[in-house]
Design a binder for this molecule. Structure first.
Ligand code: PFF
Length: 463
C-alpha cells in the first residue's frame, strides 16, 4: 500500500502550498493568543528561551518525522501508521498513535472554536467603533461580560465551527488549498502592519525586555512542561495534523528545508505577537499574567486610542480569526480523511457529522467560563482547562514521543533515507541521533518529572 503513487485525497499543487498549509496549521491561536498569555503567566524571557529550545531540539526533528511518515503513507495518520508499520515489520498497534492524535485534534478543536469565536466578535466590536477610547477597566469589564454570556459564546462557537467544516467539506484542493492561498498572505501583511504600530508605541522597550530577559527564578516547576507542551501545540505536532498534510505533499519537495521554514515562520509570528501585545500591556499598566483574556482585554485599549484604531483593530482580530481558521481545519482533517478512506460517507457528510459532535463537546468549554466555572473535571481544573491540559501537556507530547520512536527506530533506514533525501550526511546523522535519543528523552523527562515531581522528590529524598 505504501508503494502507491497517488494519494486518495489529492496532492498540494506545489511545495509552497504545503509550506503555506503547514504554516497555516501551525500559526494560529497558539501563537497570537496562547503564547503571549502563557509567557505572561510564566514570567517572560526565561520561559521564551525554554520554548525556543523545545522548538529546536524536540519540535523540528519530530516535525520532520511526521512529514516523513505522512508523505510515505499518503493516507490518514491512522492508515499511514498502519501501512508503514506493516512495511517495516513492526507491530500493528502503531496505528493507535494515529488514533490518539485524531482524538486529541478533535478535543482541541472543541475549545479552539470557542476561543476563535471571541476573535470573531472582536472584529465586529472594533470595526463598529464600540471600543473607541476604551480604558483598561472598561475593556476588562466588557470581556468579562462576554464570558458570562453562554448564549453569545455558543452562537460564536457555532459560527466558527460552520466556517471550519465548510472548508473541510470541500476537500484538499478546492477547500483547504484555496482558503489557504488567500488567508496566509493576508495574515503576514496584517502582522507586519501591526508590528509597525507597536514599534512606535510607548511601551516597546519594556515589552521587549519582558520577552527577552532571562530571569530563571520566575519559572515554576510546571513551566518546563508548559513550554514543551506549547512547542507541540504551536507546531501542530503529535496529533497527525502535520502528518496528514505531509500525505498531500509532492514527492520532490525537501522535507528538512520545508519543515525548518514552517517552524521559523511559526516562531516569528509568536514573537511578533508577543512584541505587539506586551508593549501595550506595560504602556497601560496592565498585568502580563492576566491569563486567557490577555489579548482580548489589552489590545482593544491600544486600538481604542490609536488613530485609525477602528480599522486596524478590526483587521487584527480578522487576522486572528484567519489564523485560527487555517489551524482548525487541520485539527479535524485526520479524522475526516480516515472516514473518507474507509468510505464511511462522503466528505461533506463526514464533515457535518464530526462538526456536530465537536460542536457539542465545545459547549462544555462555553460553560466553563460561566455556569460551570467552578465545576472540577481533572486535577481540580474546570472543563476547558482540563481539556487544554490533557491535550497540550499530555497527549501531544506522548504522541510526539511515539512518532519519534517510530520514525527513529521502527521504520526501515532505507525508507527514511529515501524520503528525507538529505544532501548532507552529517545533518542526516544528527537528525537520527536527535529523533532516536534526544527528543524522546527530553519528552519523557519533562512529562514524568512534572506529573510525578512530588513522588520523585520524596523517593530521592531531595528535600
Ligand atoms: N498550531 C495551532 C496553533 O498554534 O494555534 C493549534 C493546533 C493546530 C494544534 C493543529 C494542533 C494541531 F494539530
Amino acid at each position: 500500500m505504501a508503494e502507491q503513487t497517488e494519494a486518495v485525497h489529492g496532492t498540494w499543487s506545489n511545495r509552497w502550498i504545503f509550506i503555506l498549509a503547514a504554516t497555516g496549521s501551525a500559526v494560529g491561536l497558539g501563537n497570537i493568543w496562547k503564547f503571549p498569555y502563557i509567557t505572561g503567566e510564566n514570567g517572560g524571557g526565561a520561559f521564551v528561551l525554554l520554548y525556543l529550545v523545545c522548538i529546536v531540539l524536540v519540535g523540528i526533528p519530530i516535525m520532520m518525522g511526521e512529514v516523513l511518515i505522512g508523505r510515505r503513507g499518503k493516507l490518514s495518520p491512522m492508515e499511514s501508521m498502519r501501512t508503514l508499520a506493516k512495511e517495516a515489520g513492526a507491530s500493528r498497534l502503531w496505528r493507535f498513535v494515529g488514533w490518539m492524535g485524531a482524538i486529541a485534534g478533535f478535543l482541541i478543536l472543541s475549545y479552539y472554536s470557542v476561543i476563535a469565536g471571541w476573535a470573531l466578535i472582536y472584529v465586529y466590536r472594533l470595526g463598529s467603533g464600540q471600543l473607541d477610547g476604551i480604558g483598561a477597566v472598561e475593556s476588562e469589564a466588557m470581556f468579562n461580560d462576554l464570558l458570562a454570556d453562554p448564549v453569545t459564546l455558543g452562537l460564536l462557537h457555532t459560527a466558527f465551527m460552520v466556517m471550519t467544516m465548510v472548508v473541510v467539506a470541500r476537500g484538499v484542493n478546492k477547500g483547504i488549498e484555496s482558503a489557504i492561498r488567500v488567508l496566509m498572505p493576508t495574515l503576514f501583511v496584517l502582522l507586519i502592519v501591526l508590528l509597525g504600530y507597536s514599534l512606535n508605541s510607548g511601551g516597546f522597550e519594556e515589552g521587549a525586555k519582558f520577552l527577552f530577559t532571562f530571569d530563571f527564578s520566575k519559572l515554576s516547576g510546571e513551566s518546563v512542561l508548559v513550554a514543551m507542551g506549547h512547542a507541540f501545540f504551536t507546531l501542530s505536532l503529535g496529533m497527525g495534523a502535520i502528518m496528514v498534510y505531509g500525505a498531500y505533499m509532492p514527492k520532490d519537495a525537501s522535507i528538512a528545508s520545508t519543515v525548518v521554514t514552517v517552524a521559523a515562520l511559526d516562531t516569528l509570528v509568536a514573537l511578533a505577537a508577543g512584541l505587539a501585545i506586551f508593549p501595550i500591556v506595560f504602556a497601560n499598566n496592565m498585568e502580563p499574567s492576566a491569563g486567557p483574556g490577555l489579548m482580548f482585554v489589552t489590545l482593544p485599549v491600544a486600538f481604542g486610542q490609536m488613530a485609525g484604531g477602528t480599522i486596524f483593530g478590526a483587521l487584527f482580530f480578522l487576522l486572528v480569526t484567519f489564523a485560527a481558521w487555517s489551524s482548525s481545519i487541520s485539527l479535524i482533517e485526520p479524522l475526516v480523511a480516515w472516514c473518507v478512506e474507509k468510505s464511511i460517507a462522503s466528505r461533506p457528510v463526514v464533515a457535518a457529522v464530526l462538526g456536530l459532535i465537536t460542536w457539542t463537546l465545545g459547549i462544555g468549554t462555553v460553560l466553563s467560563f460561566n455556569e460551570w466555572s467552578d465545576v472540577e473535571f481533572l486535577l481540580g481544573k474546570n472543563f476547558f482547562d482540563s481539556i487544554d491540559y490533557l491535550t497540550a501537556n499530555i497527549m501531544l507530547p506522548l504522541g510526539g514521543l511515539l512518532i519519534a520512536i517510530f520514525a527513529g527506530w521502527s521504520m526501515r533506514r532505507s525508507t527514511v533515507q529515501k524520503e528525507l533525501n538529505m544532501d548532507s550526511f552529517l545533518l542526516y546523522n544528527l537528525w537520527t541521533v536527535v529523533v532516536r535519543l534526544v527528543a524522546p528523552t527530553a519528552v519523557i523527562v519533562v512529562v514524568v518529572w512534572t506529573l510525578f515531581q512530588d513522588q520523585i522528590v520524596a523517593i530521592l529524598g531531595l528535600e
